[in-house]
Write a protein that binds this ligand. Structure first.
Ligand SMILES: *Cc1c(COP(=O)(O)O)cnc(C)c1O
Length: 337
């Protein structure tokens, strides 16, 4: 048996930290399904014809997403988490390498390498902004550029003008907006002007469906049509499709939670302003090396190596969780002095 060299060099995905009572390490929603919807979800389970295959491309969810975002069904492809769509995007475009902008989401590199692309990192600048000129210097022969805004793990959004400048080169751009619902503005509407843009969204964060694995990509019907060709049939199961539709039908409940978390993020930012990087996501990057200290107190946060070795990434939780976190981090800070 011969295993590919690329695969031998991979290590299994390591989500980062041990699990504690308070989980502020994976940018999940602290809220499970709204109480108002639990009965409806059970009703859906009862009706489910699980002996039958689901819709091959999840068309009824695609229709709902299209209505929701003022697009057409042909502009939407759904995936088993947006992770799966990151993978498809590395199969799609001709070229030799993918451009990524670290520190950023590690899955772009993972899928690019797995699917045979070289990876060209163009690090973010000092303020974690895009270095457009350097990116442009690396576009010759590029298959795709992966951008993440708001960026995980830094939390900031990228200037729309800079994103546009990269789009203007004509190179395919995958813009991951996994945290778009928490931001003041998103760039989804750029797909109307740029057929080389694919925007990724997920139900795992603001919608609180990380366990159901639902994401989608939006783009020009041509690029989406090609994505549908590389996508295996039935890539989303019937149950996940229905739960995602239910949440879209009751978006006001989701919106309330987004507002609550955004407000909590602002509170946490103000409490630790000296250490926090500005964020438009449901997490804060803080310049404090406190992950072990917090874990000892039952709170898991994300830690890093390399450029962010002295930082933690903290997912905004419920008010109670954030208050307990605040208490623990304040004692960490006063212990340091
Ligand atoms: C969490 C996250 C995702 C979502 O992944 P799913 O597969 O949809 O759960 C995608 N991109 C980024 C940057 C993320 O942080």
């Amino acid at each position: 048996m011969k295993i590919r060299e690329t695969v031998k060099n991979f290590s299994p995905y390591n989500p980062g930290t041990a699990e504690a009572g308070i989980r502020m390490d994976k940018n999940e929603s602290p809220f499970s399904l709204p109480e108002e919807l639990k009965g409806k979800v059970l009703g859906e389970l009862e009706k489910l014809t699980v002996n039958r295959y689901p819709q091959s491309s999840g068309d009824s969810l695609r229709e709902k997403l299209a209505d929701f975002h003022y697009l057409k069904k042909d502009n939407i492809v759904v995936g088993s988490g947006s992770d799966q769509l990151i993978s498809y995007s590395t199969h799609l475009f001709a070229g030799k390498h993918a451009v990524v902008t670290p520190p950023t989401f590690s899955m772009y590199r993972f899928y690019a390498e797995l699917n045979g692309l070289d990876v060209r990192p163009v690090p973010l600048g000092e303020d974690f902004g895009l270095q457009v000129k350097k990116i442009k210097d690396n576009l010759n022969g590029a298959a795709v550029v992966f951008l993440c805004s708001p960026n995980n793990p830094t939390g900031n959004t990228f200037d729309r003008g800079k994103i546009v400048e990269i789009l203007e080169t004509g190179v395919p751009v995958v813009l991951d907006e996994a945290y778009g619902e928490f931001a003041d503005e998103t760039n989804m509407n750029l797909i109307k002007g740029y057929d080389n843009l694919v925007v990724l969204r997920t139900f795992s964060k603001a919608f609180g469906l990380a366990g159901a694995r639902v994401g989608f990509a939006a783009g020009d019907s041509d690029v989406v049509g090609h994505m549908l060709r590389v996508k295996p049939p039935y890539n989303l199961n019937s149950f996940s499709l229905r739960v995602a539709e239910l949440l879209l039908d009751h978006y006001e409940l989701v919106r309330d939670r987004i507002d609550l978390l955004t407000e909590q993020r602002k509170k946490l930012y103000n409490r630790f302003e000296r250490y926090s990087h500005p964020s438009e996501a449901n997490f804060l990057l803080m310049n404090l090396d406190a992950s072990d200290y917090l874990l000892d107190r039952g709170i898991s946060v994300r830690s890093f190596t390399g450029r962010l070795a002295e930082y933690i990434r903290v997912t905004v939780g419920t008010k109670e969780e954030n208050d307990r976190f605040t208490h623990a981090l304040k004692s960490y800070i006063s212990d340091q002095i």
